[in-house]
Each structure stands twice: as C-alpha cells, then as structure tokens.
Design a protein around this ligand. Structure first.
Ligand code: SF4
Length: 255
C-alpha cells in the first residue's frame, strides 16, 4: 500500500494541485498483499496502462551511449559498467578515432587501450574485455558483431545485459529485456516482480511485457529511473505512474 510521507518542498503547479488532494494511507507490509491484489498488479490492462503512460512520457527514449554501429555500441556498453554514460561518451570519440574497427582494436596493446579508457574506472578489466571482444569477433564472426544472444554472449565482456543492449539498440532485435539497476528498482516498485535477481526479474518481465515493447520498455524505465523514480528519493509527485504505483518507497500519494 502506498505511503504519503511528505509533500515536496518545491511543488510544481500540478504538484500543488495534487498535494491538496493527497491523503495518508495506511502502510502494510508487502507480504500482506492479497493473492488477488498481486494478480491484478500483473493484469494485462494494468501493464498496458503502464506502457502507455511511459510511452507518452518518453516518446523518444533511446540509448544514451553514442555510437555509429554495433561494434562501437558493444565497446561503449562494456565501458559503461560502473560508469556514467556521460563519461563514456567523453572517452569513446578519441578511442574510436584511434581504433575504429575490431581489427584495429585487436592490434592495439592493452596499455594503449587502458590509457584511453582510464577515466571510466576498472580500466584494466575493461581493456581486456574490449581487446578480447575484438579478437573473438574477428576470429569467430568474420569481424561482424553477431546477431543472436547465444553468439553474442560468447564474446568477452558481453554478458546477457550487454548483449541485449547491443541486439536491441543496434539491430532492433529483442531476445530479452535489459535489466539494469533502474529497471530492477522500478520493476519492484511497480510490483511487476517480486524477484531481486536480475535474471529472474527479466524472466518475470518477459512473461508480462508484450515482446514488441521489450526494447522500448527498458529505455523508458531507465529514463524514468534517472529523471523521476530516483533510487533514494523518488519524485512521486511528478510521476506519471503514481496512480498505479503501490510502492512502499513512495514519497507522496494521491490516494
Ligand atoms: S516515482 Fe514514486 S510513484 Fe512513480 S514509480 Fe517511482 S515510487 Fe512509484
């Protein structure tokens, strides 16, 4: 059940209107949720409503990592682990200017790659992954980033999440749903899953999100997680999903 904790310090016009009608609701532990309630959280109508609201809020949601092809996106996604997309976008132009293809990257020394990507953190491991990915793609895939999850996940540095990003964004292929930290948090808050492990969360989401929304759904949740449903203090008063959200983390409730 939602909790009305406190109104925001600087409400927007809409927020002020909402605040006036807000009322506190009794808190109940999630375990007390009835079976009927849990079922209705996953009802197709509710899922369709959530998808519609997200689409309206983020009509142009897309991957924030700059890239010109699947290879560049793969490298950028490897670099984005434990690093902001903004930082990665600062590093990749020079990296790709020096090493524009898998062949060029495979020939580069590890110290040379490390030097270029140092500011993204964990640069030694990332350099190994990028160099290994280049060699694998040349050796096993004729220099082309593969187009299936099974193949892509054999490439160094491309675990399931990275592979799904590349397939979805570069090729428009949906074999899975990208579950990053934002998708993980929001899926829980929106009662779309009770799982905590990304792989299980992805399986749950794949059961309830129509396949033709898999790619866009992740982009939209990531945008929503960055802009509104923030980890520490979600801006529920500004949230397009507020009326369908029962999260115990809510900072404001209209009902
Ligand atoms: S911002 Fe608040 S209302 Fe919106 S999804 Fe997150 S927790 Fe729910």
């Amino acid at each position: 059940m939602p909790i009305a904790k406190k109104a925001p310090t600087k409400p927007t016009k809409t927020a002020s209107k909402k605040t006036a009608s807000a009322k506190a609701v009794e808190k109940k532990p999630l375990t007390a949720q009835s079976k009927a309630g849990a079922k209705s959280d996953l009802a197709p109508e509710r899922i369709a409503d959530i998808l519609k609201r997200l689409q309206e809020a983020y009509p142009n949601a897309e991957c924030a990592l700059h890239h010109r092809n699947a290879w560049e996106l793969l490298v950028a996604t490897i670099l984005s682990a434990q690093c902001t997309d903004v930082r990665v976008n600062m590093v990749t132009p020079e990296l790709f200017r020096k090493y524009p293809t898998p062949n060029a990257m495979a020939e580069a020394s590890l110290p040379a790659i490390e030097e270029e990507i140092r500011s993204t953190g964990f640069y030694r491991n990332k350099a190994k992954s990028i160099s290994g990915a280049a060699k694998k793609i040349i050796g096993d895939f004729k220099g082309q980033v593969p187009r299936t999850l099974a193949e892509l996940t054999t490439v160094p540095g491309a675990a399931r999440k990275t592979a799904s990003v590349v397939l979805g964004v570069a090729y428009g292929l949906a074999e899975g749903i990208v579950v990053d930290t934002h998708v993980l948090r929001l899926s829980k808050r929106l009662s779309l899953t009770q799982a905590t492990e990304p792989k299980k969360v992805e399986q749950d989401l794949m059961q309830i999100i129509p396949k033709d929304h898999w790619i866009q759904f992740s982009h939209e949740l990531i945008h929503h997680g960055r802009q509104v449903c923030i980890a520490r203090k979600p801006r529920c008063v500004d949230c397009t999903l507020e009326t369908v959200c029962h999260s115990s983390d809510k900072t404001w409730s209209s009902w």
